[in-house]
Every structure is written in C-alpha cells, then in structure tokens.
Design a protein around this ligand. Structure first.
Ligand code: NAD
Length: 276
C-alpha cells in the first residue's frame, strides 16, 4: 500500500465482510485491502469473517499500521450472526456508517450440469448474504443519519466470463447489481447510498486458487491497459464510494477492470496472440 494516512473516513464506523483472506499470505485479499485502506483513512472497522484466523491476520496488519479495528467472527449466511454483527458495531463503536459486502465464493458449473446444492450455497453466500447484512445494518445507518453500502459484484455479473462456465457465480453477481439498484432507490430518502463494484481480472487469493499461470497471463492481456489488477485497485474504489466524496453517487456499478468491459472480444484479439 503506497499512501499516506488520510482523513477521508474520519469519524466513520465501517463493517467489512470477508475481511480476511483465504490465500497463504503471499498477497492480500480484496476484503483485506479494503479493510486496511478504510482504517488507514480514519475509519473504525469491524472485520467480519467466519474464519477467525483470517480476520485476525487483517487485524494485525491494521494495528501494525496504526489503525483502529476489531474482529467479529460470524457467517454472513446466518440471520442471527448478521444481527449480532450490526449490534457489535453499535456496542463497540456507537454507530454504523459504512457496510462493505465483500464476501464471495466461486461457483462453477452450467445450468445443465450444476449440482443443485452447490447452486443454493453460492446464491446464499454471495447474494442472500447482502440482504441479511443490509437488513440489520440499514436501521443502524438510518439512526446515524444515513450511510454507504458497497457491494462486491463482478464483471461476470454483467458479461459472461471466460473459460469454464460459472453460472451460479454469474447469477449471484448479477443479482447483487439488481438488488443494489433497488436498494439505492428504496433507501435514498434515508440518505443511504448503495453502489456496486464490478472487479475484473484481479489477482486475488480466490483467483490464485483456481487459475493456472497461463490463465493468469491471459487475464492480464485481456484488459486494454494490459496490466495486472490487484486488490488495492478495488480497495481504492471502495474507499471513494464509502466516503462523503461520493455523497451524490448512488445506484452505480463501477467496473474496476483495466477497461475490459469497454472492449469487444475482437478488439483485444491482437493482444492475446503470440508474444507481447
Ligand atoms: N479476484 C477477482 O478477480 C474478483 C473478481 C470479481 C469479483 N471478486 C469478488 O471480490 C470478493 C473478494 O474476493 P477475494 O478473492 O478477496 O476473497 P477470499 O476468497 O480471499 O475470501 C475473503 C474472506 O471471506 C471469508 N468468507 C467466505 N465465506 C464467508 C461467509 N459465509 N461468512 C463470512 N466470511 C466468509 C473467508 O473466510 C475469507 O477470509 C468476492 O466477493 C469476489 O467474488 C473478485
């Protein structure tokens, strides 16, 4: 992270779900980078993760950096855990201003072969969780005079992804965008902003687990900028959308994708052939 400490979120209390990272610690996860950047810019951050150790790692990184955060162990598919999560933000920090719904798992398979149980799990973890966390966070945000919700979708929520089909994942990430738009309208008069980030081919722990070196290289080359995206690129977008700088931005889906969604497949064809 190459940034000075800032005050863009001073006085704000934020929840980040999936605040740990599932990798082996080689590089940060998206939720981890978001948590660190929010704390570095003055927010008090509740680090929510179902794996305590993952969240503790993020906490240690934030403390070493001089930030203020604490861990809440919970599963975002549990209504009770989500209620306790919102209550914990109030009991520990007195209010709630920002909710970052970052939890997401991969979901392979096509509609003709996907296992029905896997489908339900992916929809629960990626999409139902946004409803459950928001259900308990929004009343607290209204008490605080408004707030900002940032939901992690994906370019796969807008366009079919590459390689083998990932229909449960696509459905969950597309659903997040539709849900966010409706929430933005419905809670607008409560001064609650709801936006999505659609990350492109970010090199994150989730991707590293599922991609060969060849695939990682293709992912980089497919973007008009031709450079690899990192969790920090996504975290900067989240910081902006969480902050008052974005006070007039709601119902938006921001691609963070090296320009990928601007290109047709044939536009990028020369960059995917031969040496670069
Ligand atoms: N990496 C990419 O290229 C990319 C692209 C588009 C979107 N995204 C999205 O970005 C988000 C973060 O991805 P990542 O690779 O950093 O994640 P990750 O796999 O590192 O997971 C982050 C954390 O989420 C926690 N978690 C998982 N299920 C949970 C649950 N039910 N309750 C609470 N915590 C849970 C895990 O324990 C882990 O610590 C996801 O929503 C993903 O879909 C990533």
């Amino acid at each position: 992270m190459t940034t000075d400490r800032g005050t863009r979120l001073s006085g704000k209390v934020a929840i980040v779900t999936g605040a740990g990272a599932t990798g082996n610690g080689d590089f940060v996860g998206i939720g981890q980078a978001i948590s660190m950047l929010l704390a570095r810019h003055g927010a008090q951050v509740l680090l929510v993760d179902r794996e305590e150790q993952n969240a503790e790692t993020t906490l240690a990184m934030i403390r070493e950096d001089g930030g203020d955060a604490s861990v809440f162990v919970g599963d975002v598919t549990s209504n009770t855990d989500c209620q306790d999560m919102a209550d914990a933000a109030i009991s520990r920090y007195g209010k709630l201003n920002v909710l970052i719904n970052n939890v997401g798992i991969s979901g392979p398979g096509s509609v003709t072969d996907v296992d029905e149980e896997l489908w339900d799990t992916v929809i629960d973890v990626n999409l139902k969780s946004v409803m459950l966390t928001s259900k308990h966070a929004i009343p607290r945000m209204i008490e605080a005079g408004g707030g900002s919700i940032v939901n992690l979708s994906s370019i796969v929520g807008l366009r079919a992804g590459s390689g083998s089909p990932s229909h449960p994942y696509a459905a969950s990430k597309g659903g997040i965008i539709g849900l966010s738009n409706s929430m933005a309208v419905h809670y607008g008069r409560d001064q609650i902003r709801v936006n999505c980030i659609a990350p492109g081919h970010v090199h994150s722990p989730m991707v590293a687990r599922h991609s060969s070196q060849e695939m990682l290289e293709l992912r980089r080359r497919a973007g008009p900028l031709g450079i690899e995206g990192t969790p920090w690129d996504v975290a900067w977008a989240a910081l902006f959308l969480a902050s008052d700088e974005a006070r007039w931005v709601s119902g938006a889906t921001l691609p963070v994708d090296a320009g990928l969604l601007a290109a047709t497949p044939l536009a990028m064809f020369p960059h995917l052939q031969g040496p670069e």
